[in-house]
Design a protein around this ligand. Structure first.
Ligand code: NAI
Length: 346
């Protein structure tokens, strides 16, 4: 029996994971608390931990897990910016779910965009109170507008297809442009200058932290709509607020927020929000915030559970422990990457 401490459990996690646990000889210890320095000890006696986007997996947490015998960190997410993969290297193996439903996220990005520019969030509230007036609800057509897509991986490309379906012109920026993809790549500055809508689909790294800052916003078109379903840290939220208040930014659609960790996924409706910046953003009529919900579809939950369980079982049950979804700080470096030689990362 493989014992797994399952941190930050949400009601929607349990059915899909419980269903697979028994048939794969896994015992999940479902914990509502997030993983951090104070809660790492709850994994004592477990072979693995299963974590999500707002668990803290820094060097000191990794050291504690390692000392208590944990051998695997199984992320049930694609992004892994919350894990210090360099600190884990040589101690605890890390696996993730590289893809579970890029459609879920790309479709949510478009849902946010449409809601925002057609003021659906406003009209929904109005008609519930039998207010059928149209004042202030004027939107604009997406057809013929230019979408600037930053990051053309799995999700970015689906978002591009969706935009093309709406008759939009699409330009894109990626650190590693995809050859022969038919995507019109431009420099980041050109993307900022030409886009009516900017949608972020790149990972959060040292290079991309605050990619959208005041300098970038200065270069953008007046009235630009910014959509972020990727990671909060890509946007300097203070600069965003300033850009909205100065009327430079026309609207913002945010599924992620840099300081989301202790707020998103929780019911805080009976509390006073101790984040003035988030309160201010939420209060603005041209800002829509969803709480890291883009992934949340039946299809994605099913795929997340299936891949996570398969990552855990292939790590513990395969003779060589090889798992295709293992990752480390050397991933992508051709000369160092052992995975490309069908070996464990270390
Ligand atoms: P992917 O790995 O398929 O694509 C990422 C793309 O970003 C790649 O083409 C890569 O070359 C590019 N990139 C890397 N560094 C860059 C840089 N400095 N500048 C521009 N482009 C850069 O990833 P995928 O599956 O498309 O996911 C994208 C992001 O979406 C993830 O990193 C994650 O943060 C976020 N995400 C959000 C979810 C949500 O529920 N809101 C759910 C799943 C993912």
């Amino acid at each position: 029996m493989i014992k797994v401490a399952f941190y930050d459990t949400k009601a929607y996690d349990k059915p899909s994971f419980e269903h697979l646990a028994a048939e794969n000889d896994i015992e999940f210890k479902f914990l509502e608390t997030k993983l951090n320095e104070d809660t790492a000890a709850l994994a004592d006696g477990c072979d693995a931990v299963c974590v999500f986007v707002n668990d803290t997996v820094n060097a000191s947490v990794i050291e504690k897990l390692y000392n208590s015998g944990v051998k695997l960190i199984a992320l049930r997410s694609a992004g892994y910016n919350n894990v210090d993969v360099r600190a884990a290297f040589g101690k605890i193996h890390v696996v993730h779910v590289p893809q579970y439903s890029p459609y879920a996220v790309a479709e949510h990005a478009m849902a946010l965009l449409l809601t925002s520019i057609r003021r659906i969030h406003k009209s929904y509230n109005r008609t519930r109170e039998y207010n059928f007036s149209l004042g202030g609800l004027t939107g604009f057509n997406l057809h013929g507008k230019t979408a600037g897509v930053i990051g053309t991986g799995r999700i970015g490309r689906i978002f591009i297809d969706i935009c093309r379906g709406f008759g939009m012109n699409v330009i894109a920026y990626d650190l590693f442009p995809a050859a022969d993809s038919g995507i019109d790549y431009v420099s980041l500055d050109e993307l900022f200058e030409r886009s009516d809508i900017i949608s972020l689909h790149c990972p959060l790294t040292d290079d991309t932290t605050h990619l959208i800052n005041s300098d970038a916003i200065d270069k953008m078109k007046k009235g630009v709509v910014i959509v972020n379903t990727s990671r909060g840290g890509l946007i300097d939220a203070e600069a965003l607020l300033h850009g909205i208040k100065s009327r430079k930014i026309g609207a913002a659609c945010l599924d992620v927020y840099e300081e989301e960790a202790n707020v998103f996924f929780e019911d805080r409706s009976g509390h006073i929000l101790n984040d003035d910046l988030l309160s201010m953003l939420i209060s603005l009529p041209n800002v829509i915030v969803t709480s890291h919900q883009a992934f949340l579809t039946d299809e994605a939950l099913h795929n997340i559970a299936e891949t996570t369980v398969s990552n855990i079982t292939s790590f513990f049950n395969n003779d060589d422990g090889m798992c295709n979804n293992e990752l480390c700080y050397r991933c992508g470096h051709i000369e160092h990457c052992k995975k490309q030689r069908k070996q464990r990362c270390f």
